[in-house]
Design a protein around this ligand. Structure first.
Ligand SMILES: [Zn+2]
Ligand SMILES: [Zn+2]
Length: 419
């Protein structure tokens, strides 16, 4: 397909999506009507979901989604207006409707920009204040009831004050000490209990907490997607006695791979005297763990539009670290899945902009394809400008009668006529 056909295909797709969305909105409006007037109550129908799934020929899950949106429609006027206009899909609206009413305008704007996976992540993880709490605060501000000072909302990010130290004593015995914030401790304890329980199975019951911790470490290492990753990502920095440094005296690997390794690798200083390594320093990650956590928390997975991978992400330097001296600061760092990271360093995916800015604002990160056209941040249905085409046939909903599976039969192709 040439560039123009691809563009035409995508324009048609956007048009159809707009119609589909607007029609889904109509379906929600009808469901709303059915709920309000008890229109769903018919003999043998035990719930609105049952009724809608039957009448619309859709799955119970889809019917539940439509009804949930119908029930919350009043709370989200802006989201619903965008839905009616065909600008948001049913899946996007179903998620947006889970956010409290006061977020209506913001969640509406966000929903247009994010993929469904991203929006889902946002709605699940964001520590929303409930609408009830907002109402209570408003009443207190009116002077009805004194405002109680409530505990601050737990921060979704890492809590300052958590620290873990580790090291080896003179006998080579490892020492691990740590202080964890309450929420982080709960995660830790749950993981430890689970690991110890898993070890109990079929083994002697003398499993200690230390065994559990080692089990967790092994599991973590085992899940590294590419087994060679840890060693491949170790880069030696050669320090000559005269103070000059080189990454290696002789790179055998091609530039694109080297640039990629420098994005998110571990670096080890090797002291050289007369070109002979004499001293190996402590390994350091190019992206320090704390910065890495900030970036991972901000991005919640690979940032490439439409990519849903949230595990095994690598931190990429938008301005390359080794070739262009790109700083290891959050605005210059972005999470990418290994596949997209590789594509970028092969020159097949362009990434520019400031990673700290919200998608869509000027200066924010823009991804471009191999031809240099920007990738859209999410599905972009066009608002319908004409009524949808009249269906050629007439939709008749399923009968809903009991199905006798013995009555169902598919004819197999005749062996002699089959090619
Ligand atoms: Zn990179
Ligand atoms: Zn990706």
């Amino acid at each position: 397909m040439d560039e123009r056909s691809i563009e035409a295909l995508q324009t048609s797709l956007a048009g159809v999506c707009g119609h589909v969305n607007a029609q889904h909105a109509q379906l929600v409006r009808l469901a709303e009507k059915a709920l309000a007037g008890d229109g769903w109550k018919q003999i043998g129908i035990h719930s609105p979901t049952h009724w809608l799934a039957w009448q619309a020929g859709i799955s119970t899950g889809t019917a539940q989604k439509i009804l949930a949106v119908a029930k919350g429609a009043e709370m989200h006027p802006q989201v619903m207006a965008a839905f009616d206009a065909g600008e948001l899909s049913l899946d996007q609206v179903a998620l947006a409707a889970k956010a409290p009413a006061y977020t209506d305008a913001e969640i509406c704007g966000l929903a247009k920009l994010l993929t469904v996976q991203q929006l889902s992540m946002v709605v699940r993880k964001y520590p929303f204040t409930t609408d009830e709490e907002i109402a209570r605060r408003a009443a207190a501000a009116d002077g009805d009831t004194p405002l109680e000072v409530s505990a601050p909302e737990p921060s979704p990010g890492p809590v300052a004050g958590s620290s873990v130290s580790m090291g080896v004593d003179a006998d080579g015995v490892g020492q691990v000490r740590g202080v964890l914030a309450p929420d982080e401790y709960r995660v830790f304890e749950t993981a430890m209990r689970e690991a110890r329980d898993a070890l109990f199975h079929g083994r002697d019951p003398d499993v200690t907490w230390a065994d559990a911790l080692i089990e967790i470490c092994h599991r973590s290492l085992d899940t590294v997607a590419e087994p060679s990753r840890r060693d491949r990502f170790r880069i030696n920095l050669y320090v000559n006695v005269d103070g000059t440094t080189t990454f290696a005296d002789n790179w055998r690997i091609p530039d694109p791979i080297r640039h990629r390794l420098f994005c998110d690798g571990t670096i080890t200083a090797v002291g050289l005297v007369g070109g002979v390594p004499v001293n190996v320093g402590r390994s350091q990650r190019i992206v320090p763990d704390r910065t890495r956590r900030l970036v991972e928390h901000r991005d919640l997975g690979c940032r490439v539009p439409g990519c849903s991978q949230s595990r095994w992400v690598q931190v990429h330097h938008i301005i390359h670290w080794d070739a262009d001296n790109g700083p290891t600061e959050t605005w210059n760092l972005i999470c990418l899945c290994p596949r997209h990271h590789r594509l970028h360093h092969q020159g097949r995916l362009g990434i520019t902009g400031n990673a700290d800015l919200t998608t869509g604002t000027p200066g924010a990160v823009v991804f471009t394809d191999i031809r240099g056209s920007p990738l859209k941040p999410a599905a972009d249905p066009a608002a319908p400008t004409s009524p949808p085409p009249e269906p050629a046939g007439r939709y008749v909903h399923p009968l809903g009668e009991r199905l006798d599976r013995r009555a169902v039969h598919f004819n197999e192709p005749h062996p002699r006529r089959a090619s």
